[in-house]
Write a protein that binds this ligand. Structure first.
Ligand SMILES: [Zn+2]
Length: 347
């Protein structure tokens, strides 16, 4: 992968200084002693987490290889007209897909909701056409895309502009949840907005029943699920307790990885159960990637339990390499820098 574009970094480039239990050496590799000591002073003075020193120093991590495996690329909270973040992540996705294609790697693209700001409106604003198309609307991306809806995609009321724009690629129109198989994995795209934005309250139970049945019908060793609002988060919104029932169903069915947006930072968690207890045997690894182009945000002063690593102040996308019985993850910034890597085995 040759990505030499200069990063247009927003203010407040901040990274985690917490150790990475899975790759303890990697979490600290790129943090210089100077930054570490400044961060320690900051910690002792109880600085706000958003006031951590900015640094652009540090090395890109090396992606953990999984030869021959298929690749999924994506993020949430994407298209904003008049800013550069979504164009940068769109170009990154496109270049990663091109590199995969050259290497004969099969690829897919996911989105984690809030696809078009400010309101996914189909009216005079036409946010999808005006804002999403110029950034993530390339034929290469759109031909591989498997979206999920977010709250902003429902600002119009019914989410009609979202369903209209993505058509059959968003699953059955008006529903917002569907599944597909990719790279030997079963993949489920869910609609967290049934708990918030969808007016029919029975839709939440309908999705839960569908999910239970879908996972039963597809007893794949490896399963990925993604939707907009995270159950666990150190971000400004915090965890959305409403989606816990989805987690209960997924945990009982052996889902391996969950991806979310809504929070505008990157954060990876230890595998855990729906109650937030670390579970290395059957736990679900949750990763937040709300860094697709929307305004970047910090995290709260208190870090959520089992949070392994977070990056805020940088746009980027997640590359999830899905292999036979195992996976690798990499959070890649718009300058091509690999900020975080992870891995796991399916259960
Ligand atoms: Zn949102």
């Amino acid at each position: 992968m040759a990505l030499a574009r200069k990063v247009i970094a927003p203010h407040g480039a901040i990274r985690s200084i917490r150790p990475n239990p899975k790759h303890p050496h990697k979490a600290f590799d790129f943090i210089s002693p100077l930054i570490r000591s400044v961060a320690t002073i900051c910690f002792l003075l109880a600085c706000s987490r958003d006031d951590r020193p900015t640094t652009e120093s540090g090395e890109s991590l090396k992606e953990l290889p999984l030869p021959g495996a298929a690749v999924m690329i994506g993020a949430g909270d994407i298209a904003v007209c008049g800013t550069s973040g979504d164009e940068e992540t769109g170009r990154l996705v496109d270049s990663l897909l091109t590199a995969d294609s050259v290497a004969n790697v099969v690829s897919a693209v996911f989105t984690l909701g809030d696809n078009a700001y400010p309101s996914g409106s189909g009216g005079v604003d036409r946010d999808f056409q005006r804002c999403f198309t110029p950034s993530w609307g390339s034929p290469r991306i759109v031909s591989l895309i498997h979206p999920a809806p977010g709250n902003h995609d429902y600002d119009s009321g019914s989410g009609a502009p979202y369903f209209e724009y993505f058509g059959p690629r968003a699953g059955p129109s008006g529903r917002g949840y569907y599944s597909y198989d990719f790279g030997g994995w079963h993949v489920v795209s869910l609609n967290s907005e049934v708990y918030f934005e969808v007016s029919d309250p029975s839709e939440a139970k309908r999705q839960e029943d569908w999910l239970r049945q879908d996972l039963k019908d597809h007893p794949s060793l490896c399963t990925l699920a993604y939707f907009h609002r995270p159950l666990f988060s150190s971000g400004t919104h915090g965890g959305a307790q409403e989606v816990r029932e989805l987690w209960n169903i997924m945990y009982n069915a052996g889902v391996d990885v969950v991806l979310n947006g809504h929070e505008h930072h990157y954060e990876r968690f230890m595998p855990q159960n729906p109650g937030g207890i670390v579970d290395t045997r059957r736990g679900i690894e949750q990763i937040i990637v709300g860094t697709g182009g929307g305004e970047l945000r910090g995290v709260r002063r208190s870090v959520a339990g089992n949070s392994v690593f977070e990056v805020h102040g940088h746009w980027g996308v997640l590359k999830l390499t899905v292999g036979a019985g195992e996976y690798r993850s990499a959070f890649i910034g718009t300058d091509g820098r690999v900020w975080d890597t992870g891995s796991g085995r399916c259960h």
